[in-house]
Design a protein around this ligand. Sequence first.
Ligand code: MN
Length: 149
Amino acid sequence: MSNDTHRRHDGEFHWQDVEVLAYKQSGEAPFKDVTRQVLFEDPDLGCQWRYFEVAPGGHTTLERHQHVHAVMVVRGHGRALVGAHIHELANHDLVKVPALTWHQFRAPDDQPLGFLCLVNAERDRPQLPQAEDLEELRADAATAEFIRV
Ligand code: MN
């Protein structure tokens, strides 16, 4: 059976009655091949727990915001830019994205990157990099090579 109390894992990184959603509205922000599942969003929790999956070769939006992300990789591996650093991510690694810190996740070309991400239920909208932000980010050669916008 399925209800709010127990949702079975009923496929590879899919849960009963949990809808696989577009990561963002198309055209809202640049991203490539990402899906989103909201696992928990009870108002009493004050937070949302989501599962994101980046398909091979895909990437999340390069963005920053006041709210913090608490991330655990649960499928595959990949890389993440957080602030000035590019991190090699292995399965079960933890990533914290602090407030107002540029971040982007990328899957490798040959397999997906799946991660759990905890956020505040009430949160500010992501900011996208402006020309001057991109100039600053690209001042670092590794970051310049990494980012997708
Ligand atoms: Mn974010």
